[in-house]
Every structure is written in C-alpha cells, then in structure tokens.
Design a protein around this ligand. Sequence first.
Ligand SMILES: C[S@@+](CC[C@H](N)C(=O)[O-])C[C@H]1O[C@@H](n2cnc3c(N)ncnc32)[C@H](O)[C@@H]1O
Length: 249
Amino acid sequence: MPRDRNIARALARQRDPSLPPSLALDATGCPILEPDVPMRIRLARHEEPLPVCPEPGVCPVRRFFAEAAAAGAAVELDVGAGYGRFSRGRAAGHPDVRVLAVEQEAARVARSDVAARLAGIRNLALLRAEARWALEYCVPPESVATAFVLFPDPWPKDRHARNRFFRAPNVALVRRILAPGGTLQAATDDEPYFAQMLDTMAAAPGFEPAEPAVRAEAERTDFERKFLSQGKRVFAAAWRKLPEGAAGK
Ligand SMILES: C[S@@+](CC[C@H](N)C(=O)[O-])C[C@H]1O[C@@H](n2cnc3c(N)ncnc32)[C@H](O)[C@@H]1O
C-alpha cells in the first residue's frame, strides 16, 4: 500500500548514520524502536497495543524528561522541527524551559544540532524520530507544557490528506502528552489546511480554544520566514487541554 511505502521510506531515512552525537537524541537507540521495519510499520498504523519501554532508565528521552522534572522546568515540544530555527530561538529566549525538537529527517536534525552547539544552547534536545511514533512511545503522558506544530507539511492533494498531522488520532496523542492546562499551538500558511485544523480540533475531545502564542522575532520558523518574505499570510491557532471529564466534550 502507498501508505506503507511512505512510512518505510521515512523509517529508512531515520537510519541515516550521519547524525552527530551528544545534544541530539537518536530514537533508533531505543530498545522499543529497534524492531524491524515491518514491525514499526504496523505500530505506526496504531493497530498495536502500546509497548512498555523495557529500559526506561537508559532511554535518553526519558532521561531528558526526568531531568526536566527534577529541575522543575517546563518542557515544550516542537513537532516537525525542520532545521530547528524556532526551537533554537525558543530555547535561547526561555532559558528556564527545556525544548524537545522532534524531526524525522536526519540531515535537518544534524544541521539543527550543529547550529545549537555553535549558539551554545543547552536547554534544547533534538529527537530524530517520526513524530507520531515519538508522541506515542517516547514522550511520557502529561509531561509537556506546550506542543508546537508549526507549518506542518500541508499535503494539499486529496489523496494525501490522510498524511496530515491534524487528524483525530494524532491530536489524541498530543492530548495524552500535554500536562494539565497545556496547550497545542499551530501555524500554517495553507488556508485549507488551517480550516481543517480548526474543524479537527473543534471535534477533538478534551480541548478548548486558546490564544495563539505571540512568538518573538527570533522564534519565527524557517518556513515562516520564507512565506512571510513571499507576502503570504500566516494563520495561527491554539487549544488548551481540558481536564478529564470537563464540560463540553
Ligand atoms: C514544512 S516543514 C516545517 C519545518 C519547521 N516547523 C518550520 O516551520 O520551518 C515540515 C517538517 O516536518 C517534518 N516532518 C514531516 N512529517 C513528519 C513526521 N511524521 N515526523 C517527524 N517530522 C516530520 C519534515 O521532515 C519537515 O522538516
């Protein structure tokens, strides 16, 4: 099936060994992320029960969250971080926050890593992983203050729409990892996709609309800068996680 081929290609790219060490976390080092590609494809289709991490003590992602909790630092997630300009700007501007940037393309993670090191940023970790996978299997529940999904791939063709991030199963994954009162922040230049984001979130249980974050100039993403320089409009929205069983949905 085409979806399987897409996922297999994405996973094959994850195996690119060019990722530099240290700041960058590598999800392929995780015991539950090591199974062969067909296994990972099945899991990525959300048809399997949640695996339990067999070695939480050695998982670098778990360690990142444990250290943040020990320091009393809020964690922010950048989903589909690209070359990481937003993550770096956010981390540099909010030294009390720990930022985890998730990106599946190894070359982009590598560039982010180099730039973050050159800038001396220490409160940013980069996770090379497929985002839905990371949300489901790596990020602990109720551990994230803010999840940013900025300029996600719009997949404009109808037959590709199911690849979009803003779909019910994915926003349910986001809800699971958000801390109580945490927010999901989104931005896009693609108006039809923005309309779908609003529809998806209006139908998603456990969220209410919130104020989009006012991001500093240094927190503009690479794609955002490109779109703004082309005179395109940027659409932004945010949603707050409601407590379990709250009135509404
Ligand atoms: C349009 S770019 C936007 C990048 C960045 N947020 C920005 O605004 O500059 C989308 C990014 O999401 C990444 N991406 C797409 N699907 C992903 C997935 N399923 N898991 C992780 N990253 C993904 C792509 O590799 C790409 O870097």
